[in-house]
Design a protein around this ligand. Structure first.
Ligand SMILES: *[C@@H]1O[C@H](CO)[C@@H](O)[C@H](O)[C@H]1NC(C)=O
Ligand SMILES: *[C@@H]1O[C@H](CO)[C@@H](O)[C@H](O)[C@H]1NC(C)=O
Ligand SMILES: *[C@@H]1O[C@H](CO)[C@@H](O)[C@H](O)[C@H]1NC(C)=O
Ligand SMILES: *[C@@H]1O[C@H](CO)[C@@H](O)[C@H](O)[C@H]1NC(C)=O
Ligand SMILES: *[C@@H]1O[C@H](CO)[C@@H](O)[C@H](O)[C@H]1NC(C)=O
Ligand SMILES: *[C@@H]1O[C@H](CO)[C@@H](O)[C@H](O)[C@H]1NC(C)=O
Ligand SMILES: *[C@@H]1O[C@H](CO)[C@@H](O)[C@H](O)[C@H]1NC(C)=O
Ligand SMILES: *[C@@H]1O[C@H](CO)[C@@H](O)[C@H](O)[C@H]1NC(C)=O
Ligand SMILES: *[C@@H]1O[C@H](CO)[C@@H](O)[C@H](O)[C@H]1NC(C)=O
Ligand SMILES: *[C@@H]1O[C@H](CO)[C@@H](O)[C@H](O)[C@H]1NC(C)=O
Length: 442
């Protein structure tokens, strides 16, 4: 009897103590990371080698850490080319890890709040329509789906030369459903983050990192484990140059974390932007646009340049500079929303940095605004001085018209289409070091 009593007592005491502790405080960052050492041991060991960098992150609160799994980080650490870059450039290391920390505490419930995984009948209809196409829950091709959050990170311009976006370089969060085979059940929502591009010459893609374990809380916020490292958005002209037709010469200097898990990312082959690199260079605008903070550029695809080829070859550098300047929006807006990601263009912004950013979409409106439920039209001032007209057409409500007249037209998984002076945005939200690029077909 006595013996049993002595065995039982400590267990009861321990249980009570543990409950009291978790009720009183959340664990520190280090405690939480160590508690998940089974999937984070590589990161835990790595942090030992970068103590001052992680001490700074440790002292920041209201953050969300995207912690790479062992698999994700092992690939980086075993790549000697990347590690040479890292070892010779502490600012690159600092940029890289600050990019893995989101401003604000984003639980998965916050990240799945977008329309794409909503439970409304419209959201369900949209999902069914996408699945019908090829059996997969394709999120988008164009990127314009009203289901993207543009979340600022700790990678702000004052830290390093590797980002020049006020409020912090963004990652794009999108949610989708894991189960795609059964068209009636949607499975669990899955959250992925889209970051910089990697690859080149026909194999370029946007890196996709998916949450595998979510909502590990600590005193300063929460931690999600991701299956793939984020990729730092690279320089504007280098990013455009990497969107090329198939070629054998590929410089990988900006692809810090390229690896061969080719499944992670959307397939952008077929989208060539090299002609715009040439045009910027000929107009002597490369350096200016590479370094202009908070750039929003509508980049014509090579096909678009081909259509006006004879005209362009006959104009001088100044005229070409005017044309290129007409493709870049004048920087306006408040501190938190100067870059026009697709949410702001669509007029549904304000997901990124707080309450004031929802008004940013209107700050740059200099002309008419027309809104009839199916179409929103706004004028934006450009660097060249003139204005461009951005028209958002909601394909899901439009009953007729040659662009959006049937479900079968929805081949790109996107309900909305955005036009800039009549040219269609074929790929939105390609992140670059100093802002964003939207690819247009004219
Ligand atoms: C985490 O796991 C690794 C390898 O299994 C081990 O070497 C390390 O000591 C562990 N760290 C902690 C904090 O438990
Ligand atoms: C974070 O701060 C806590 C104390 O607040 C400390 O115990 C822990 O070692 C720190 N971790 C890192 C990685 O600096
Ligand atoms: C996440 O959702 C909660 C509850 O709705 C909200 O209080 C919090 O502000 C949200 N976090 C962010 C970063 O938006
Ligand atoms: C972390 O905190 C959030 C918000 O309080 C909660 O919803 C979530 O369940 C917590 N995560 C865990 C693993 O307890
Ligand atoms: C690679 O491209 C260069 C020209 O850019 C060409 O001369 C060379 O033959 C190509 N090599 C292969 C293996 O295709
Ligand atoms: C990417 O798309 C192109 C055509 O759009 C196709 O030929 C290629 O096989 C695709 N690659 C992958 C890895 O899906
Ligand atoms: C190109 O632009 C830079 C400023 O960005 C200027 O200093 C330089 O003189 C220009 N070069 C030519 C040839 O116009
Ligand atoms: C991009 O511009 C920089 C100068 O700003 C230049 O050094 C680099 O070679 C350019 N890259 C390409 C692909 O043209
Ligand atoms: C960031 O943008 C500012 C303002 O456009 C510019 O002066 C600065 O040179 C840029 N920094 C980098 C590293 O490109
Ligand atoms: C889908 O994308 C392809 C090429 O990317 C384009 O030719 C086609 O017009 C697009 N369809 C719709 C409905 O936007």
């Amino acid at each position: 009897m006595v013996k049993t009593h002595r065995v039982l007592l400590p267990a009861v005491v321990l249980a009570t103590t543990a409950t009291a502790q978790t009720a009183n405080r959340r664990p520190t960052l280090t405690e939480t990371l160590h508690a998940h050492n089974d999937t984070l041991s590589t990161l835990n060991n790595y942090i030992q080698t970068q103590q001052s960098l992680f001490a700074t992150i440790n002292q920041t609160s209201d953050i969300t850490i995207l912690a790479p799994s062992n698999n994700a980080l092992d690939g980086l650490l075993s790549n000697s080319a990347i590690m040479d870059d890292f070892n010779s450039d502490p600012e690159l290391v600092e940029a890289f890890w600050n990019y893995h920390v989101l401003r604000g505490v984003w639980y998965t419930s916050n990240l799945t709040a977008g329309t794409g995984t909503g439970t409304s009948s419209l959201a369900k209809k949209r999902r069914r329509r996408r699945k019908k196409r090829d059996g997969n829950d394709v999120i988008d091709d164009s990127g314009i789906d009203g289901n993207s959050l543009f979340i600022p990170t700790l990678l702000s311009p004052d830290i390093t030369p590797y980002a020049n976006v006020s409020g912090g370089q963004r990652v794009i969060a999108r949610s989708s459903y894991s189960s795609s085979s059964d068209s009636d059940s949607d499975g669990e929502p899955v959250v992925s983050f889209y970051s910089g591009t990697t690859g080149s010459g026909g194999s370029q893609k946007i890196i996709k990192s998916t949450i595998t374990h979510a909502n590990f809380n600590f005193s300063g916020g929460t931690i999600h484990i991701i299956d793939h490292l984020l990729s730092l958005p690279s320089r504007l002209n280098d990013t455009l140059a990497s969107f090329g037709p198939s070629s054998n010469s590929s410089s990988s200097s900006t692809n810090e974390n390229e690896d061969d898990s080719s499944s992670s990312g959307n397939n952008l082959s077929g989208l060539s932007l090299t002609a715009s690199v040439g045009a910027l260079s000929r107009a002597n605008l490369t350096d200016l646009f590479n370094t202009q903070q908070d750039i929003t550029m509508f980049v014509p695809s090579n096909e678009a340049w081909d259509r006006v080829g004879s005209v362009v070859s006959n104009i001088d550098e100044d005229e070409l500079a005017d044309i290129m300047g007409y493709h870049v929006l004048k920087v306006q807006g408040t501190t938190s929303g100067k870059v026009f990601y697709s949410d702001l263009l669509e007029g549904i912004g304000g997901t990124g940095t707080g309450s004031d950013s929802s008004s940013d979409g209107h700050v740059s409106v200099t002309g008419s605004e027309k809104e009839d439920g199916q179409e929103i039209e706004k004028d934006y001032e450009t660097v060249e001085g003139g204005t461009v007209k951005v028209r958002v057409v909601d394909g899901s409500t439009s009953s007729k018209g040659d662009l959006t007249n049937s479900e079968d037209d929805d081949t790109n998984g996107s309900e909305k289409q955005v036009f800039v002076n009549g040219a269609r945005v074929v790929k939105s939200d390609v992140l670059v070091e100093n802002g964003v690029v939207h690819v247009v077909d004219g």
